[in-house]
Design a protein around this ligand. Sequence first.
Ligand SMILES: Cc1cc2nc3c(=O)[nH]c(=O)nc-3n(C[C@H](O)[C@H](O)[C@H](O)COP(=O)(O)OP(=O)(O)OC[C@H]3O[C@@H](n4cnc5c(N)ncnc54)[C@H](O)[C@@H]3O)c2cc1C
Length: 361
Amino acid sequence: MHLPTLDSSAGVSGLTTALLLSKHKDYAVTIVAKHVPGDSDIEYASPWAGANFLPFSKPNTPAQQYERDTWPELERLARHVPEAGIHFQNTILYRRAKDSGTPTGEWMADLVSQDPWFKNLVPNFRILDQSTLPPGIDSGTSFTSVCMNVGLYLPWLTSQCLLNGAKLHQTTLAHISDAATLHHSSRKADIIINCTGLSSLRLGGVQDPALYPARGQIVIVRNSAGGNMYTVSGTDDDPAEAMYIMQRPGGGTVLGGCLQAGNWESQADANLATRIMKRCVEYCPGLVGEGQGIEGLSVVRHGVGLRPMRTGGIRVERSVVGGVVVVHNYGHGGYGYQTSYGCAGAVERLVEEAVLERARL
Ligand SMILES: Cc1cc2nc3c(=O)[nH]c(=O)nc-3n(C[C@H](O)[C@H](O)[C@H](O)COP(=O)(O)OP(=O)(O)OC[C@H]3O[C@@H](n4cnc5c(N)ncnc54)[C@H](O)[C@@H]3O)c2cc1C
């Protein structure tokens, strides 16, 4: 049976889903998106991510399963597929007891736990010796994670979809069901995959009021962090600010950050950028030359992205809109990369179910 399947976006969620679906020889996938890799827009979250794998999910939630199911593929890509732009990095996580109850402290509560659910999932998990912790840090852990250069990874994902026969169509949808008429076969698509991120707040046929932005601001520098990624649960400057550093494969170190819920501001805040750089140099003095402060950082650019947060968590669910099956995959907050293969696999199963049901009709 020939089944036109349509995938409605080109962020990490849409491209990963398109990749898995395009591996099915009997599916024909069209990626319909307002933004594609290479575009830069506040409405398009994926290019602004670090991105790394730091499990934020709470135990026994769907997000935990998505993260669990994503790690093996990211590990495989880091080990065997250099052109994907993913490499292993030692990760150091610092917890400050006083961050408990703050937005960033809550966000990272399970991540910085000394007994996290993922301790047997990732390699080399260990609790750091108290004597090695910087001043003000109450506990620390470390493990081997991955860091993705999203500037390499998103185009790589796209190229894999195209290699599998998927087609790319750049356009803007007013209503999710309009996607059905845009399949490259000229036939109406049987299934729409909705991976439109934060835009699902306003997109016709979806308009999910549970979505909201959590603004993140980063500074990308040419300096090296010496092979480690660092994360601290909070700062003394603002309860919505945190400190993280990750070094991308192929160059560029990402300095962050913040989690500003409900903030839609697209422009970088210069004062926040200065605080971000100061905190990163304080925790990782090796970023700059001896005796240097932030003047020792070589800035590539400043970035602002809106994490597509959703009350109730990621929506991976099947529905019918305008008579067409729509499988939703949006609301990935600050964990779209690290849940990408888990969510895409769940979508793939929902599509398979829908196809089987159609075949029985
Ligand atoms: C500063 C920052 C750091 C982050 N770091 C990490 C990290 O380290 N690890 C991690 O896992 N995650 C991280 N994230 C989160 C991650 O970036 C997001 O969860 C992820 O990018 C969401 O991807 P998405 O594909 O769902 O949405 P998006 O990337 O926003 O893609 C949405 C797609 O839908 C299309 N679209 C939207 N509306 C329409 C329309 N009307 N018509 C047609 N197409 C439409 C868009 O054009 C785009 O192609 C970070 C985010 C930020 C902001």
